[in-house]
Design a protein around this ligand. Structure first.
Ligand code: ARG
Length: 597
């Protein structure tokens, strides 16, 4: 993680500092003028400052010496402090100040990026600690493809925040405390009267176990009653019931862990049960603030504009999803001191989170608007559909299990590799690792490249296509570039020492600048806006970066007559830049395994 002094700030930030100085001199009376800097059409330059027009609107008629927006722009340009960053400036239209960056400065900055690491360019956020609440399956029910999106999107958000030096509490808010446990425990006792000897294997498939107990619950009133009593005993903390409960949770946990491991995802479980002891205190605080009212036997919080109130205590006196979430939010704010809470679930839960956040605002836990911290956001996503346009299911109409799905992605990849003759060239381990990197990567990428809020159609052939906009293609391109670099016979460490980076060709300059814009173009806006705007797809954006870079290389290759390797040897620096950039991106943000091709 980069320390504060090491963070360089984006190119835009650095330019903004220069323009800030110029504005102070140009319009000393307008002290609150923030520099407006944007990347511009490459025909005119690299960046532009857009302050002249709005400044003119403010100062015209106030006796200022300026006669129009153009002279204001001219003055902003003249007053710019000298800087090695800038090669030249020009004025366009009604006062835009265009800036062309210096080639040497770009080369030097890239060199620094190479030496100090890409982390030093990560965007600065206003928060130090955030909670990302994602994945969060329900115990005893298998994780299904719907949980895939939460897991992948949540992990991506967490990675982006971590990359931006935010401490992320990756929370798995598992559903481990519902009334379903009464039924499950009672069924467990019934099937295994001698609980001491029950092994995980004996319980076997938890989902089937859940279904069987549900059937029993629905068809036998005696069982139903015992199950309801079991909930009371569990919540009352009776040893035997607690033990059975934790055994059931443990089996589920092992199942989830397998999926997380495959996807390379780290999560810390703090399930619903964790917050249970805190609920009464939190509700009391809300009641004291006058938020809680009685309604039809339940205790509720009325939310303006909503048809139904937010039920925080059910009419039977029990707590529910809402009571737990209110308490978890309180805990995250007060005990964990998080400044940003991000919840990743399907869009179906939007209403729940709207009510939760409104209640928290009314309680004064969160500030009114949406732009100040501490802040809470719901990041929703659409359904995963099958080819038939309906909810994704297997032929037996069961929901698709995540493990099966990952298995299939991997085995399809492996088959494709074998078909290409890789089984003869590689060890079994290499074959396995590559099939995993490509297969699991393809599943992640296919999910993220889609619009977050709309439903998306799950299609193996599409996501594993090696020509299209897929992880397979990107990984292939990456591997190809690594191989070019290997063949160039140059050493990254050597390059760090000698500092021999030159950006001769226009494409090299473009590539250099592109890399420097890494933080501002892709990560920063997304980190800031990911919850408001539909642009969480950094994974995609970052990968688009790859594509663009690969294309740039492609152009170079075409121009570089037949032997690209030779040419790369002459100006090898760029290849290394790509290597460094590519790897940092892959490992820090995407977190995939490496490839051998
Ligand atoms: N267990 C819930 C589900 O599967 C998701 C929980 C999301 N997190 C939360 N704090 N409510 O739908």
């Amino acid at each position: 993680m980069a320390s504060d002094e090491e963070v360089v700030g984006t190119v835009k930030d650095q330019l903004a500092k220069l323009f800030e100085e110029s504005l102070r001199v140009t319009v000393p009376d307008q002290t609150d003028t923030d520099p407006l800097i944007a990347a511009c059409n490459p025909r005119f330059g690299d960046y532009q400052c857009n302050n002249a027009m709005s400044l003119w609107t403010k100062i015209k008629g106030t006796g200022s010496a300026f006669t129009g927006p153009q002279p204001v722009g001219q003055a902003i340009m003249t007053n710019l402090p000298r800087s090695e960053m800038i090669e030249s400036c020009s004025i366009a239209g009604p006062g835009f100040v265009n800036v062309k960056l210096s080639r040497q400065w770009i080369a030097k900055s890239i060199q620094k990026m190479l030496i100090k690491g890409i982390e030093t360019w990560s965007p600065k956020l206003r928060v130090k600690r955030a909670v990302v609440d994602f994945s969060s399956p329900n115990i005893a029910k298998e994780m299904h493809v719907g949980h895939l999106r939460s897991t992948i999107i949540g992990d991506t958000l967490a990675r982006m925040l971590e990359f931006s030096n935010v401490e992320v509490l990756r929370r798995n808010h598992v559903g481990d405390w519902g009334t379903q446990f009464g039924m499950l425990i009672e069924f467990l006792f019934e099937k295994f009267p001698n609980m001491e000897v029950v092994s995980d294997q004996a319980i076997g498939d938890l989902e089937a176990f859940y279904k069987a107990s549900k059937q029993r619950f629905d068809s036998d009133p005696g069982f139903k009653e015992r199950a309801q009593q079991a909930v009371v005993s569990l919540q009352g903390g009776q040893e035997k019931y607690r033990k059975a409960w934790s055994q059931i949770c443990e089996i589920s946990r092992k199942g989830y862990e397998k999926v997380y491991q495959r996807l390379g995802i780290v999560l810390e479980e703090k399930g619903e049960s964790f917050y249970n002891p805190y609920i009464p205190g939190v509700l009391e605080e809300l009641a004291k603030k006058g938020l809680i009212e009685e309604s039809e036997g339940a205790r509720v919080i009325f939310i303006e504009g909503k048809k139904y109130p937010f039920i925080v205590v059910k009419s039977d006196g029990g707590f529910n999803y809402a009571s737990t979430d209110l308490t978890a939010l309180w805990y995250r704010l007060n005990e964990e001191k998080a400044e940003w809470m991000i919840y990743v679930t399907d869009v179906g839960q939007r209403e729940h989170f709207e009510m939760l956040f409104t209640a928290a605002k009314r309680a004064g836990w969160l500030p009114p608007g949406d732009n100040s911290y501490p802040k809470a956001n719901h990041v929703g996503f659409g359904l995963v559909l099958g080819e038939d346009g309906k909810r994704f299911r297997t032929r037996s109409t069961e929901v698709v299990k995540l493990v099966d799905l990952l298995d299939e992605a991997k085995s399809r990849c492996k088959a494709a590799l074998v078909e290409r003759g890789k089984a003869e060239q590689w060890t079994e381990e290499e074959l396995e690792q590559t099939a995993e990197a490509v297969g699991y990567g393809a599943v992640k990428y296919a999910d993220l490249k889609n619009n977050r809020l709309t439903n998306y159609t799950f299609n193996f052939d599409q996501m594993l296509n090696d020509q299209g906009n897929t992880a397979v293609y990107l990984l292939y391109a990456h591997a190809r570039i690594c191989s070019i670099i290997r063949k160039s016979g140059k050493d990254v460490e050597e390059l760090k020492k000698t500092g021999a980076l030159v950006l001769e060709h226009p494409n090299e300059r473009a590539l250099g600048l592109h890399l420097l814009q890494f933080a501002e173009r892709k990560l920063a806006p997304i980190c800031y806006q990911m919850c408001c705007v539909n642009t969480y797809t950094t994974y995609l954006d970052t990968s688009q970066h790859f594509i663009q870079i690969v294309r740039l290389w492609g152009q170079r290759r075409r121009q570089a007559d037949s032997c690209c390797v030779k040419r790369l040897q002459r100006s090898c620096g760029n290849a290394f830049i790509y290597l460094v950039f590519g790897q940092s991106t892959r490992y820090d943000i995407l977190g995939e395994g490496s490839l051998h091709l």
